[in-house]
Design a protein around this ligand. Sequence first.
Ligand code: ADP
Ligand code: MG
Length: 610
Amino acid sequence: MKKIVVGIDLGTTHSLVAYRREDGHVEVIPDRDGRVLLPSVVALSKDGVRVGWSARERINDPETTVIYAAKRLMGRSFEETENDRSHVSYPVVDWNGSPAIPDPSRNRALTPPEVGALILKELRTRAEEALGQSVSDAVVTVPAYFNDGQRQATKDAGTLAGLNVLRIINEPTAAALAYGLGSGKDGLFAVFDLGGGTFDFSLLDIRKGIFEVRATNGDTHLGGEDFDRAITEEWFRISPKLASLAKRPEVRDLLRKEAERAKIALSSKTKVEVALPAAGFRSTLTRDRLNELVAPFVERTLACVRNALSDSGSTTGDVDGVILVGGSTRFPRFKEAVGTFFGKPLFDTVDPDLVVAEGAAVQADILSGRRKDLLLLDVTPLSLGIETIGGVTSTLIPRNTTVPAQAKELFTTYVDGQTNVDIHVLQGEREMAKDNRSLARFTLAGIPPLPAGTPRIEVTFQIDANGILEVTAREQTTGKTSNVVIHPSYGLGKEDVRDLLKEAFAHVQEDFATRLLADARTEAQTVLNATLRALGRVKEDILPETDRTAILHQVDLMKAAMEGTDGRKVRDETQALDKLTQPLAERLMNQSISNALAGMALPKEDDTNA
Ligand code: ADP
Ligand code: MG
């Protein structure tokens, strides 16, 4: 039997698993009860761990810890998750700098990748039962703005679930694949993803099988749940009694469910009756009224869209189509608003709850080697490099390089006898290291003590198909190696990528000048060191006093220039010193040759042939 690779949408609210059948049809795999969605919920209690629907039912059980929306915590530091922690009702503790959820009955804490693993395992089991074969290979989707750390954490979740994650792909890319984009159909596509609690907008440039995310924007706290809340608040206005009853969590939860039911019904009806006899409440909600209630949310999504367009320097006219993703885009008001805003065809024929999983399955199928017609490549969103002398950035992998990719470069020491080098890995477009994002630092120790500039240190950057970076430094004579896999690179949000690019563009000129100065100072320092060393070694008789004075005078001029900020001046003074010391270098050479000759006899002719 051919090995099947599955596609998984690991969502904030729901997760799904899909695969591509032999006949080419993509199928989202249901559970035994025929449900395709799996709530991304894990419940911890004395009687065990539950995942999915049964976990969600426990939401009001005081004896159970119900973990939901753990995706928001994935691959981030405890500090960074402060805002998200305040939005959840379960406790989150600081576990060596990472967030973790205590499991009191088992005396341990679960990290977000472990929570993700439980969900993935459930999906894996579901797939194995449905397919009647073991499933180990998968493609998993993540939001386009996920940084290296968040992607790595998602991959870790897969590994913990016994899955071999062949690739992590962006959710908007998956949605586009589900619509068959990328094989022949090129263009700029907007992906509008409004889920339960998050809104993600991406502009996807598809050209010759390369999917490039041109811009992302969104709101990590905007989604269907806000509409549900707006509905319950409306009810509280109508009935103060209901409002006071809702102080009890189980009532609040019931109302929330009722509100969601009403909202969903209003996608196909124009009016719905709501009756809560126990609370003596009865009311009618119309679609028109719901449209009014969601108007501020519609406006917020469109504001994000406008920002993404302006960041990427495009207009609605450049967009070839809009893909609708996420359960909340079923609500007619959103379709209308998006359709009117873009005036472009909407891709809405694939179920918006399933479209990401289906696209992941398409990619999975490609990776299983069954399809040769479509080649999918991803690119690095920002440049990657290291800090070199003078605090400048040396780029190894430029932005927009298709991954997987590898780059090597040789570096050396800067101080005589230096036995350690610090490798500082950077991400970003700025010339100076301090202006870029610091991804990691590590040390290569045990370099043989040699004069500056002699050791050869090879630095290799290897970035895999998931954008996970491994940096290795190797000293070539000893073979000493040190490396780092870049992993929790905390704090790079979707806005950050955009801001970093914008900043780089805004600072091009001044960065150029700063870089010129830094490079010129480095060069000047090297020439200065060499000059002082030579002056110390050269014998009086071969360097006239006037020459020595002239050199020292130029040294002072160069030092003064180095104190200043004009890179060109530093370079000119350095060149002048270089020129002045040229004869000195020649004399030194002669001096050492005659020294050498004086101390040794020339070999006899027959010896040289021996
Ligand atoms: P996520 O990607 O965050 O896991 P989903 O894409 O599964 O989220 O979307 C879930 C949201 O979609 C929920 O808030 C749900 O109420 C909402 N939803 C589902 N169907 C409809 C509908 N017909 N009309 C409006 N909202 C809907
Ligand atoms: Mg989603």
